[in-house]
Design a protein around this ligand. Structure first.
Ligand code: ADE
Length: 224
């Protein structure tokens, strides 16, 4: 898989891909992530990529020309399954969307900034708009990092058996069961007896029951 991220703040996207699971996925060649600085796609001598909005109003708007130039260059090199715009107006990211997007070959993610992007970008260049939740961020970069993390960890070979995505919360619409590690007892707080005996079929049954009761209690909407 290849993910191209277009942004005016490339430095915000350095660390997410430079640690832990995402770093390993990149190093193993399971995903290629390229971050493009939108300012490299303007002929403007001040590298300006935003402007005031027509009709008046506060806030700068990202211009269509550099975005079109960047996307056109990328599309000239390979085809893309989706051209995603990160925006609070978009469909809220969930596990089902992450699962679906993880089966893509190539993705472009455009990060908005300031007051957003010229509507013509959204009308003519974007195939999908995604939000990471009902709150407004200063830009799409952190949302893009969240989206990439949710997608990349699902790629075959990224997680090993121990960290398998199959047992994640939200797979099967259930929250994950509780987990414990050593010590067996801490300040009187004990690990459930069932987990200590090595009776694997009964442990599995207990985990399923816990997942179900936890979901009923914390996120009944998932069971509807
Ligand atoms: N940009 C600003 N707010 C956002 C959000 N909630 N999700 C995705 N991109 C955003």
């Amino acid at each position: 898989m290849r993910i191209d991220i277009i942004t005016v703040l490339p430095e915000l996207l350095e660390s997410p891909f430079n640690a832990s699971i995402l770093k390993r996925a990149v190093e193993k060649g399971l995903v290629e992530v390229q971050v493009h600085n939108l300012r490299d796609y303007t002929d403007n001598r001040y590298k300006q990529v935003d402007d005031y909005q027509f009709g008046g109003g506060a806030g700068m708007v990202l211009m269509i020309e550099p975005i079109d130039k960047c996307i056109s260059r990328l599309k000239g090199e390979r085809s893309y399954d989706e051209i995603i715009y990160m925006t609070p107006d978009g469909a809220t990211l969930n596990q089902k969307m992450a699962n679906q997007l993880s089966m893509s070959g190539n993705l472009i993610i455009l990060c908005g900034h300031y007051k957003g992007v010229d509507q013509r970008v959204r009308d003519s260049l974007i195939t999908r708009e995604i939000s990471i939740g009902d709150y407004v961020l200063s830009g799409g970069e952190l949302g893009a990092a969240v989206l990439c993390d949710a997608i990349i960890r699902l790629l075959p070979g990224v997680l090993n058996d121990e960290t398998s995505a199959l047992t994640d919360t939200f797979q099967d619409n259930l929250l994950a069961p509780p987990v414990y590690t050593r010590p067996r007892e801490y300040k009187g707080l004990k690990v459930p007896e069932i987990l200590l005996g090595g009776d694997l079929p009964n442990i599995e049954k207990w985990r399923e029951e816990q997942a179900l009761s936890r979901t009923r209690k914390l996120r009944p909407d998932l069971l509807e």
